[in-house]
Design a protein around this ligand. Structure first.
Ligand SMILES: [Mn+2]
Length: 365
């Protein structure tokens, strides 16, 4: 027998005509961004809201985020589905080996949903010898686990299918496994197209970019795919996107994006740079040529491309030096443009302009 693959659970939803449909994915325990995005979108009881998976892990407020989603879900117009980071209800059935693996994970991560629960229960995961005796304590949160257990892996409607990561064409949703719907990587690069719109998160959209970093949703009209993960929590310059579908029969999509970076105004025109590169997750190995306090001169190992990287973005693990996502892209800007400041440095500002990240070397108002 191969590894047991849980079958996907699909929930059908018939949206009422005229009601606005919002979709948000990959909140990753960032309650501030979630509330911010809902406010920007002017979310109300008149809207439908799809939470497209991965509202847990990586961030600092997983339990609060879950409880807020549970509260919102009571009204009947908020519909969450499960991402690959939300399946913690299996913690009661995983046995000794699973528990040992989980303890190593908790110690390594030092944050996340179960880490928060154990902290609240007074269990210091760094100090205990094994997790087995402490698993039953988690039943204090049965309501939360029941909610996670109840979530579908896909929400299907007349014109839109919502899944966390992706799906295969010519294969009914129900015949996918949970893992397929929740974990397909680089879904947009598979080249598939669909009859009805497929809305996904899971893979930060910035990673589809070549030389530029843009966190706005990608809408592929010919293939009917919308990818919305703005890199909230995962990226230093990430944002939480809320896709806005005006009503169930509309393709007039728009979006709002929330982040917490301060807004400033550009004082001088800046011509865009001619050459740039984007070093990103999965291909971020660099060689440090000259380490400085603020910036370090680095060479991207695979391409040989050289750029100055904020020293605080460098990390070393197992003798390999890598870096957080970064770019040397110089943004084309006009005086009066409003930018959002991610990093203020002695050389200039790393900013976002309309979802695109890059450098601005002039003065800000
Ligand atoms: Mn995911």
């Amino acid at each position: 027998m191969g590894k047991y693959k849980a079958e996907a659970r699909v929930r059908r939803l018939d949206f009422e005509p005229g009601r606005r449909i919002l979709a948000i994915s990959d909140i990753h325990g960032n309650l501030e961004y979630f509330r911010g995005a809902l406010e920007l979108a002017a979310f109300s009881a008149e809207d439908e809201l799809i939470i497209d998976g991965d509202f847990l892990e990586k961030g600092d407020r997983c339990l609060d985020t879950l409880e807020y989603i549970m509260e919102l879900s009571k009204a009947g117009n908020v519909h969450a589905l499960r991402g690959n980071c939300d399946g913690w209800y299996t913690v009661f059935e995983q046995g000794r080996e699973g528990n040992a693996h989980l303890l190593r994970y908790l110690r390594w991560k030092g944050k996340g949903f179960l880490w928060e629960l154990f902290r609240n229960l007074g269990v210091d995961v760094m100090a205990i010898a094994g997790l087995d005796p402490y698993i039953p304590l988690l039943h204090a949160y049965d309501e939360e686990f029941d909610f996670l257990r109840s979530l579908p892996d896909a929400i299907d409607s007349e014109n839109f299918t919502f899944v966390h990561a992706g799906r295969y064409p010519n294969k009914p949703l129900e015949e996918h496994s949970q893992d397929e719907l929740n974990r397909i990587d680089r879904f947009m690069d598979r080249g598939d197209s669909f009859e009805k719109w497929t809305v996904v998160g899971h893979y930060p959209v910035v990673l589809y970019g070549e030389d530029k970093v843009c966190a706005n949703p990608i809408i592929e009209r010919k293939r009917k795919i919308i990818s919305i993960d703005g890199g909230c929590v995962l990226k230093d310059d990430g944002q939480l996107n809320a896709l806005i579908i005006p009503h169930k029969d509309s393709e007039d999509f728009s979006f709002v994006a929330y982040d917490h970076f301060p807004e400033r105004r550009v004082l001088k025109d800046q011509a865009g740079g001619s050459r740039s590169y984007y070093i990103r997750w999965g291909d971020s190995r660099v060689q440090v040529l000259e380490r400085g306090e603020e910036f370090s001169r680095c060479r991207h190992v695979r391409t040989g491309y050289e750029m100055d990287i904020l020293t605080k973005y460098l990390f070393t693990s197992e003798d390999i030096t890598g870096c957080n996502d970064c770019t040397d892209y110089v943004l084309p800007l006009k005086a009066g443009d409003v930018v959002r400041v991610v990093e203020e440095t002695s050389r200039g500002y790393f900013v976002k302009h309309k979802g695109v990240s890059g450098w601005y070397y002039g003065e800000l108002e």
